[in-house]
Design a binder for this molecule. Sequence first.
Ligand code: ADP
Ligand code: MG
Length: 237
Amino acid sequence: MSSSNEVLRLSDIKKSYNIGEPNEIEVLHGINFTIERHDFAALIGPSGSGKSTLLNLLGLLDQPTSGEIYLMGEPTSQMDDATRTHRRGQRIGFVFQFHHLIQAFTVLDNILMPLIMAHGRPTKSHIEHARALLDAVGLSQLADRKPNQLSGGQQQRIAIARALVTKPALLLADEPTGNLDSQTAEEIFELFRQVNRENDCAVLLVTHDPRLSKTCDRAIRLVDGRIESDELLQPST
Ligand code: ADP
Ligand code: MG
């Protein structure tokens, strides 16, 4: 059953990589969970446990070998490429460890990029929206800079603003603070928390840092391609 707050539902997701026959290896062995609109969840687990593989499936960047992913109630396995790309652009935002900002463009144009790719030349309201996001991530004065003139933490803030510009229902982040010092990492986590509260956007982030994952509301632990635990965390005060 799908509730109206359900953003994502995974049903028995398996993923194999074919590293040349007969060497097909299954790295995800039947994953089930649901992400709801209010969720602020960490995906944790040892290196090689399948976290990035899973995140790429959830983000419709790659397809499972079997099972079904429902995005806002809609099954995704039979979608054609154009529909998949459209849904991804509309409903999902991504933040990676390395921000992938385009150095030749200004900060503001980087934030606008997903809208430019979807709609062409940005409208006045697109630009206003991008400026509002830049303000929300605390960097309104840097609109005209180039990414390489910013610190690592500032660049990651820009990447978060860019991920939000399409007003996604789900924000996925793969080790978004893996490249940052611990103080900056905490600030970036606080920003994700703010996004979750204020933008009505589910957040699922991969992190290695137990100090950061403990600040989330929920921790999904993956070990050897299986969910070992999925628990609600007590708010720490
Ligand atoms: P994590 O992000 O938790 O470190 P990954 O999802 O990157 O784990 O990897 C899970 C397993 O899948 C690892 O054993 C890895 O070697 C394997 N793997 C990941 N990507 C590929 C690929 N493109 N081809 C073959 N094997 C892969
Ligand atoms: Mg990974």
